[in-house]
Ligand binder design. Structure first.
Ligand SMILES: Nc1ncnc2c1ncn2[C@@H]1O[C@H](COP(=O)(O)OP(=O)(O)O)[C@@H](O)[C@H]1O
Ligand SMILES: [Mg+2]
Length: 481
């Protein structure tokens, strides 16, 4: 029987949670605990503990096995609650606070956000498109709504019109559950970049010299990518102004920590039997040489200040203006909390730029593997793996790699590498001698270590092969300027 008391969720809800694609595997195994809930119109808002994690799960009140996120009933109820400034009491005597002033709900709009960790729907509020984002996993220190409010006047992020929060009345602890913001027209940076790199291949096929082909395929991208670099610098400046004092970046501590992480990662690379020993050693050596080189570079002041926290190509939206320039907007603000007195919480805007550059390099590598496989008549995964072997100076060990194919692969790989480097220089506006700055090189290396850790933790062979190739190639970045 379904009551308003905390305890186990209704069996239908437990069924929903066991199959929830947005929940991690450990969470899906349960046990599930319904620790609080409230009814809002036709929707029941559940707060559920699943194993060690906590989740916000809106379901239809009459059908507790049916998720309410994305339904008209849920969107409408939330908009009405926001407009009314509702303080909704929960079964456990806590409260869900709705605040904001959205225009009246007029109906749903079609929207496909692609795969994402939270629930997003597009709705018409007073004639303007807005996004309703309700969070799934909670207890993560999320402060998107707060950041959007702080940044609203700058116009570089989405403009918030309301948010709702679970408030523990005993402790005052606040847990954001959802936010509504004005929809920013646009598409991720991956879209124009894809068009650019796909314009490279036919030029190379026609025998155009690689540097000329890279330049020609990026002709229309140069000005807007530079503009994006400036936009991101302004975004970081604004974020720093809004958030106030920030701790100094502990450069030596970050260098030491990167050394420790690399020491943990290296045995995994060396034990990775998917690749010949020489390849594993080349990747491990590439990383350790880079770390040694970074620690030997003359000390320079580190750029310090808050970062976006999850910057990748799809989190920078662009809409094309009539003059060909880009209207830009960053989304999914994930800035971690910083304590001015605690260096361990220090951030650097270059962390974002390093992450974005690496995102661009991985994106390019993916496009390259895909194109090379099509052009050479090979399998994409095998092509990606063979490109790694080739970069490490090893012979291919799978069938079909004639000398001609290998020469084609090498040519495409080098051109793709130059393409990514040139686009990255435009996008990550980190000063003229960026590549000789210890901060830039270390943050880049740290990101690569993080990506490899992730690829190993999630058993992603394709991404591991890309990242290992970049590890092999990493010390080939221009040395000290
Ligand atoms: N204003 C928008 N315009 C276009 N796409 C958007 C917009 N807002 C979100 N999206 C798409 O929805 C995805 C998920 O949104 P995001 O804020 O990143 O949610 P999550 O916290 O789940 O990652 C984005 O990566 C993007 O692809
Ligand atoms: Mg996102």
């Amino acid at each position: 029987m379904d009551t308003l008391l905390p305890g186990a969720p209704a069996p239908a809800t437990a069924g929903l949670l066991r199959d929830a694609p947005w929940m991690d595997e450990a969470g899906r195994r349960g046990p599930f605990e319904l620790y609080d809930q409230a009814v809002l119109g036709e929707v029941r808002l559940l707060l559920v503990g699943a194993g060690a994690t906590r989740w916000f799960v809106p379901v239809l009140d009459t059908e507790p096995g049916r998720p309410a996120a994305g339904t008209r009933a849920f969107d409408l109820a939330v908009v009405d609650a926001l407009r009314a400034g509702l303080r909704l009491p929960t079964a456990r005597g806590n409260v869900i606070e709705f605040r904001g002033a959205p225009a009246v709900y007029r109906g749903p709009l079609p929207f496909d956000p692609g795969w994402c960790s939270n629930a997003l729907s597009l709705i018409d509020l007073g004639g303007t498109a807005h996004t309703h984002k309700s969070y799934r996993r909670i207890g993560t220190g999320n402060r998107e709504a707060e950041l959007l409010r702080l940044m609203a006047d700058g116009g570089r992020t989405q403009r918030p019109v309301g948010d709702y929060t679970y408030v523990d009345t005993a402790t005052g602890a606040r847990e954001p559950l959802g936010v509504l913001y004005r929809f920013a027209e646009g598409e991720g940076l991956n879209v124009p970049l894809r068009a650019g790199i796909r314009a490279l291949w036919p030029l190379l096929a026609d025998g155009v010299e690689p540097d000329t082909a890279v330049g020609a395929s990026q002709r229309d991208l140069v000005a807007p990518l530079r503009e994006t670099g400036r936009f991101l610098r302004d975004f970081h400046r604004e974020l720093a102004e809004r958030l106030g004092p920030h701790p100094e970046f502990p450069a030596q501590a970050v260098l030491d920590e990167s050394g420790e992480r690399l020491a943990r990662l290296t045995p995994r690379i060396l034990a990775d039997t998917r690749y010949p020993v020489a390849v594993r050693e080349a990747a491990a050596t590439g990383l350790s040489r880079e770390l040694t080189r970074v620690s030997g570079l003359p000390a320079r002041p580190w750029p310090t200040g808050p970062c976006h926290g999850d910057l990748h190509l799809s989190h920078v939206l662009r809409a094309e203006r009539a003059d060909g320039g880009w209207e830009l907007c960053v989304i999914d603000l994930s800035t971690p909390r910083a304590d001015p007195a605690d260096p361990a919480t220090a951030q650097s805007p270059w962390q974002d730029l390093a992450a974005l550059t690496r995102g661009l390099e991985i994106f390019t590598a993916d496009e390259f593997s895909d194109h090379a496989a099509g052009a050479l008549g090979t399998d994409p995964e095998d092509t990606c793996r063979t490109a790694l072997l080739q970069a490490a100076g090893a012979r291919p060990d799978t069938p079909g790699w004639s000398e001609e194919r290998l020469a084609g692969l090498a040519r495409l790989r080098r051109a793709a590498g130059r393409w990514a480097a040139r686009a990255g220089n435009l996008l990550a506006d980190a000063g003229p001698d960026r590549d000789s700055h210890p901060a830039w090189r270390l943050l880049r290396l740290r990101r690569l270590i993080h990506e490899l850790d992730y690829a190993y933790a999630h058993d992603r062979a394709y991404h591991a092969a890309i990242n290992l190739r970049h590890a092999v190639e990493t010390s080939r970045l221009p040395a000290g300027g």
